[in-house]
Design a protein around this ligand. Structure first.
Ligand SMILES: *Cc1c(COP(=O)(O)O)cnc(C)c1O
Length: 387
């Protein structure tokens, strides 16, 4: 991999092509004209990496695509209109009727919907299983298992899987592995180095980091990415607009310092919550309650600002008064932006009458943004007094 600061600031940019502009232009165009017949043929033939039509290739998108692939240590990447689009394209690309997916038990909610509501209609089977114990997890592999889906850590309760052990097994058995790496980001872990085939991110979160773009990315070898480009990605039309690509590029410039700030503040918040008498349990790879410390050491170079916790008093009204008392944690979903957030799972349960039964109903998820840790801790402290 290129040196990180070089990668974020310069790699993949060809300033001589656009008059030295520091910020690459937004190629806000749907199509590109060829100079003559032969050039047209050439462009059509090579839509994967030259401009013909913006659903296929756009120069603004190409810069971001190169940077993120390099960040993940993969040959290529495809930008998608959301993290969910990235997951759907990647997973669908590897399956046909009669196949089976083995998936960790608490994936991102729309990932489980893809398997349960959508792919099952096309006669694709699935099993959800805990990935904490590798042997137990792999015992769910069937003769028709074509894909193993990982999310390590997951983004609710942060269990990890032994990525290398699972990827090695899968490779031997000719099973494709896909991982949602949104939480760790490419700075935290690069699953390709352990043999994972396709690595997915919701770029909406840390990668963009400013809560103004919804986007996703699929990273992998050219051998895997090319057919995804030609089939699922072009057919489903899950592209990112040039303008959003430009915003994503701007967000990437500060990826390293944003994650540093968010993670350092999170550590202080975790320490505060871990020692607060009203707090029952904190969920985060660096909480004292976390029981997979060995995997954290082995796999996670960077920990994130996303965490969950429960209160001893699990009553919905108490949770309501806690979140209503917070002044600086905004009551919203998502994470990875500049702003700190709080999201009580009980609201999801009340609104939709559904929550994964493996997620504690009184779980409160929190994201630590770029505000000062003092401001956030004093806010938490006063809100906990109201419980
Ligand atoms: C948000 C999120 C997604 C989905 O990303 P979108 O950009 O919202 O479609 C997938 N995985 C994880 C872990 C997420 O947090």
């Amino acid at each position: 991999m290129q040196e990180l600061s070089y990668l974020l600031n310069h790699f993949g940019e060809e300033r001589e092509k656009y008059e030295g502009a520091i910020n690459p232009p937004v190629y806000q165009t749907s199509n590109f004209a060829a100079g003559n017949y032969d050039e047209l043929v050439k462009r059509i033939k090579n839509e994967f990496d030259s401009p013909f039509y913006s659903r296929g290739y756009n120069p603004t998108a190409a810069i971001v695509r190169k940077k993120i692939a390099e960040l993940e240590g993969t040959e290529d990447a495809l930008l998608c209109s959301s993290g969910s689009a990235a997951i759907s394209c990647a997973v669908m690309s590897q399956l046909k009727a009669g196949d089976h997916i083995l998936c960790i038990e608490k994936p991102y909610s729309w990932t489980s919907r893809l398997l349960v509501q959508l792919l099952s209609r096309y006669n694709i089977e699935y099993t959800f299983a805990s990935g904490k114990n590798t042997e137990e997890f792999l015992s769910h592999v069937q003769t028709n298992t074509r894909l193993i889906y990982l999310e390590s850590p997951n983004s609710i309760t942060f269990e990890q899987q032994d990525i290398q052990a699972i990827a090695q097994f899968a490779r031997k058995e000719n099973i494709i592995t896909v991982i949602d790496n949104s939480y760790a980001t490419p700075l935290g872990q690069n699953p390709a180095q352990w043999g994972v085939d396709l690595i997915i991110h919701s770029a909406t979160k840390y990668l963009n980091g400013h809560s103004d773009v919804v986007a996703g990315v699929i990273c992998g070898s050219k051998e895997l990415i090319r057919p995804i480009f030609a089939n699922e990605w072009m057919t489903l039309g899950a592209q990112v607009s040039p303008h959003d690509c430009s915003l994503l590029l701007r967000g990437l410039r500060t990826l390293e310092i944003r994650i540093q700030r968010s993670a350092e503040s999170a550590l202080q918040v975790i320490h505060f919550l871990d020692n607060h008498p009203k707090v029952e349990k904190v969920y985060h790879p660096f909480s004292k309650h976390y029981d997979q410390g060995d995997l954290t050491k082995k796999q996670l170079k960077v920990y994130g600002g996303l965490l969950s916790f429960t209160l001893h008093d699990a009553d919905e009204n108490k949770i309501k008064s806690f979140v209503n008392s917070l002044k600086y944690f905004l009551l919203a979903t998502s994470w990875g932006g500049h702003e700190s957030l709080v999201f009580p799972m009980s609201a999801l349960q009340t609104a939709s009458n559904y929550l994964n039964p493996l997620v504690p109903q009184h779980l409160i998820r929190m994201y630590i943004g770029l505000e000062s840790p003092q401001l956030l801790i004093s806010d938490l402290s006063q809100a906990l007094e109201n419980v």
